[in-house]
Design a protein around this ligand. Structure first.
Ligand code: ATP
Ligand code: MG
Length: 388
């Protein structure tokens, strides 16, 4: 069996919500590893510990690196609470670490943590004994102030763990603790990143995408499904709603001046998202809006779009630069999917010069030519639901 020690941030654990956060984190960790062979999750004091069969070690680590609320993880050697066993494990772990990254050969330090006060040696003595063993076996010099390699030894009443590898996890809050939201997910670069950021602050989301066949093909749909699946690997979205938009989009396009089209489409998307919020018990809508990026994202138009709905609209990317968004998209694994050429429905029937400050009265006059509430209800009713 492989044991993986998972550390969570301390900040969110202050106050009375501690047990709620911890329970959510443990549930999310369980969900991440549930289907791996012999997976077991426990919560000794201050840590989440995952055990899996050895052959699932790499997969378990890569999944745990995507669990919000965890700040780092370490695959550990579990040994007997015995100083000779600890020293031997420290040598093995240090050797494995410098093999992975020869730069760590510069210097090392032993970092003991002894919460089992029955253990016969004090922390300082443990550090000396293990330090001697490691420097003798590897020749790496000790540097207690600025070590390249840190070898951790944790001795608790339940177990003794030795490790030299720490992989960063994303931090944030466990997905779900901040509530639920509908993510407006397009095939673009921005909205997947917005969904990831919202999940990082504890939102559980269902994604909603608008699709206009035959103008947008199967490949455009598959692209959004692939994006949703990638977000699901981060536990950021659980479900994807695919809403047919073709006929409504045509009617909206014909309802007013071409420059208003983008605002009319977006307002309809918000109405449909509103209905799904009610159906799926969500408290907010998340979008990839980015201030000033395109015509629909001016102050006036964002305001005119949000007043079509009743729910809070969250825009995690509002103030990001494109380079920052792109870097995040690469890091979370959505960039290459978003970069595929297939256009989503909003590049359809869009004029060369959409209004940057559509007048609300003009927009409402255009909408008055059709029954927007019924259009939204029909779209929501007929939306296809994919559980990811
Ligand atoms: P993105 O890269 O996320 O598509 P964008 O910069 O292209 O964003 P817009 O096309 O104006 O900007 O879309 C703004 C937001 O509206 C998107 O981030 C997304 O949240 C939502 N949206 C746009 N098109 C769709 C769609 N077809 N389905 C669902 N939501 C959409
Ligand atoms: Mg877009």
């Amino acid at each position: 069996m492989t044991t993986i020690l998972c550390r969570y941030g301390e900040l969110f654990l202050k106050g009375g919500n501690r047990h709620i956060f911890l329970r959510a984190l443990a549930n999310n960790v369980r969900a991440a590893v549930r289907d791996l062979p012999e997976a077991k999750v426990s919560l000794p004091h201050g840590r989440v510990v995952v055990a899996v069969a050895d052959q699932a070690r790499a997969e378990a680590c890569s999944r745990l690196e995507r669990v919000f609320g965890l700040v780092s993880i370490s695959p550990v050697a579990s040994v007997a609470a015995d100083i000779d066993a600890i020293c031997a494990a420290a040598v093995v772990e240090a050797q494995a670490a410098v093999e992975r990254d020869p730069d760590l050969r510069r210097s090392f330090k032993i970092e003991p943590h002894r919460s089992n006060k029955q253990f016969p040696l004090q922390s300082h003595e443990i550090a000396c004994r293990a330090g001697d063993a490691v420097s003798e076996a590897t020749g790496i010099p000790v540097d207690v102030h600025n070590p390249a390699l840190r070898v951790g030894i944790e001795i608790s009443t339940q177990a003794t763990h030795v490790f030299a590898e720490r992989r960063p996890a994303p931090g944030g809050l466990p997905a779900g603790v901040s509530g639920r939201a509908i993510l407006l997910l397009s095939g673009g670069i921005d909205s997947p990143v917005a969904g990831w950021l919202a999940a990082k602050r504890g939102l559980a989301q269902e994604a909603l995408t608008f699709h206009s066949p035959p103008f947008t093909g199967e490949k455009a749909k598959d692209k959004v499904i692939a994006l949703a699946r990638q977000l699901n690997r981060w536990q950021a979205v659980s479900t994807l709603w695919i809403a047919g938009f073709t006929e409504t989009q045509k009617r909206l396009r014909a309802a007013g001046r071409p420059e208003l089209a983008v605002v009319l489409y977006r307002r309809m998307m918000v109405r449909v998202a509103d209905l799904l919020c009610e159906r799926a018990h969500c408290g907010a809508i998340v979008t990839g809006d980015n201030l000033g990026q395109v015509a629909s994202q001016t102050l006036t138009n964002m305001r005119n779009i949000e007043v079509a709905g009743r729910h809070l609209i969250l825009r995690p990317l509002l103030t990001y630069d494109k380079v920052e968004i792109t870097a995040l998209a690469r890091r979370i694994g959505t960039y290459d999917i978003s970069a595929l050429p297939f256009e989503d429905c909003c590049s359809l029937f869009v004029p060369a010069h959409p209004a940057t400050a559509a007048r609300l009265s003009d927009v409402e006059r255009a909408e008055a030519t059709l029954d927007v509430a019924k259009e939204a209800a029909d779209i929501a009713e007929q939306a296809e639901r994919i559980v990811l």
